[in-house]
Design a protein around this ligand. Structure first.
Ligand code: PMP
Length: 456
């Protein structure tokens, strides 16, 4: 019987990324895991070290060029080095890097963001998505006087204690060592896309649940089922539970009003980061006056005991505020959304065409500028459909790694995030690489040696 020669993708990758390999070894001497956010940036056998980004492209230290669908953790919705943002930041650099006072730019960004979000009255800035969800959870507790937080299986909301659970099975286990049992016990994990399952669990804890937080369309590519977000809205409203839309990824990306506008469902609070800062470090919590009125506020001294504390040396820092303001003003009229969403749609259509043409068992999921191809017949509905260890997941890792060797960069377990700066040339390079990869998927393998253990 004829045995097909296998192509070792690891050998191919090693040949192209010699300097990254050297730097990786060097990095391990000084940084645990070689990086400050290795969970998102590492992939087997070792990650690339990038040193430049231009529009939709990323360059590594070996001179390889990639069409970039990670795009700075999804933050660079307007592409690498967008000139509008860069110019605004350059100007601000000359007038103040960190002023540490009230500032007009902060007021302007608040006004601009609220105008685009449409459904909320107030916003409070911080520097990261993690701080934003931390603040929103605390505020929900202050508002309701309850202590528990409901979150969904595999939804990620940053790395503070209350949300670091349920990231991978077994979902009841804490997502990190070093967490206090009481905190972990106050986080309740809910089943995604299963309204009856949610109702049952929520009712078991209803007098103690302060909030339910969710990624409106999770990075792991299990989009919300028809009616699910609306159903959750009703469930939480009836029980006076604060519904928090974590729009850290989707905010200002899916639409000016984010996923809430796109799906037509509004939370009581929403959290933002990434696109809001034009690619610089910004986070935010926004909501109606009734809840936001409980944020710590020195102009309301009689409310001091009831208020929820939120602070930060860099909260509202002028460089980030300026970058965010420039980005949102450029996005406001909607034209750039049409451009990014049309690219996303053409990417998804192209993927589907290639699936049809090659007969590979796969499906295309996603919306707006967040797309995925998954190795299963139908789009997943449950989180267990996309879990690590499944055949579908193994194929996904091989597929995404093969794409890296062909100059297409993405975070393997996340979506392809495109920017408003991705071009027709980027799209045709991407679809060419996907076609080539799907045609050869069965002949690819990854041979790991001991120096580079498999992990993801
Ligand atoms: N929420 C969501 C939905 C996220 O995707 C992330 C990070 N990607 C966070 C919160 C945490 O944001 P940060 O990394 O800025 O702390």
């Amino acid at each position: 019987m004829e045995t097909k020669t296998k192509i070792d993708l690891v050998a191919l990758y090693k040949g192209k990324t010699k300097r990254s390999w050297q730097l990786f070894q060097e990095s391990l001497k000084y940084l645990p895991g070689g990086d400050s956010h290795p969970n998102s940036r590492f992939f087997s056998p070792y990650p690339i070290f990038a040193n430049r980004g231009v529009e939709g492209r990323l360059y590594d230290v070996d001179g390889n060029e990639y069409v970039d669908y990670w795009i700075g953790h999804g933050a660079l919705f307007m592409g690498h080095c967008n000139p509008i943002v860069v110019e605004a930041v350059k100007k601000q650099l000359d007038t103040g890097i960190q002023l540490g006072t009230y500032s007009e730019t902060e007021v302007e960004l608040a006004k601009q963001a609220l105008k685009m979000i449409k459904v909320f009255d107030k916003i409070r800035f911080c520097s990261t998505g993690t701080e934003a969800t931390l603040s929103a959870c605390r505020l929900a507790r202050a508002y309701t006087g309850r202590k528990k937080i409901g979150k969904f299986e595999r939804h990620y909301h940053g790395w503070h204690d209350a949300v670091l659970k349920g990231l991978s099975p077994p979902y009841e286990k804490a997502g990190s060592s070093g967490l206090v049992e009481d905190v972990v016990g106050n986080t309740i994990v809910l089943p995604w896309n299963d309204l009856d399952g949610c109702r049952k669990i929520i009712d078991e804890h209803k007098d103690e649940l302060a909030a339910v937080i969710l990624e409106p369309s999770p990075a792991v590519a299990v989009s919300p089922a028809e009616g699910f977000l609306q159903g959750l809205r009703e469930l939480t409203t009836e029980r006076n539970i604060v519904l928090i839309f974590d729009e850290v990824v989707t905010g200002f990306r899916y639409a000016p009003g984010g996923a809430q506008e796109y799906f037509g469902v509004t939370g009581d609070l929403a959290t933002y980061a990434k696109v809001l800062g034009g690619g610089l470090p910004v986070g935010a919590v926004a909501g109606k006056d009734e809840i936001m009125g409980l944020m710590n506020d020195p102009t309301k001294p009689d409310q001091k005991d009831k208020s929820s504390f939120h602070a930060g040396t860099y909260s509202g820092n002028p460089i980030s505020m300026t970058a965010g303001l420039a980005a949102l003003r450029a996005l406001e009229d909607g034209n750039l959304y049409r451009k990014a969403n049309s690219y996303g749609q053409r990417l998804r259509d192209g993927m589907q065409e290639i699936i049809n043409e090659t007969g590979v068992e796969a499906c295309v999921v996603g919306e707006c500028s967040a797309s995925s191809m998954l190795f299963m017949k139908n789009p997943p509905r449950k989180m267990s459909d996309v879990g690590a260890g499944t055949e579908a997941h193994k194929k996904l890792l091989l597929f995404r790694f093969a794409l890296v060797t062909k100059g297409i960069y993405s975070r393997f377990s996340s979506r392809f995030y495109n920017s408003t700066a991705h071009s027709d040339a980027d799209l045709s390079k991407t679809l060419g690489a996907i076609r080539e990869t799907l045609r050869s998927l069965d002949s690819y393998e990854m041979r790991f040696d001991q120096a580079i253990p498999p992990a993801h």
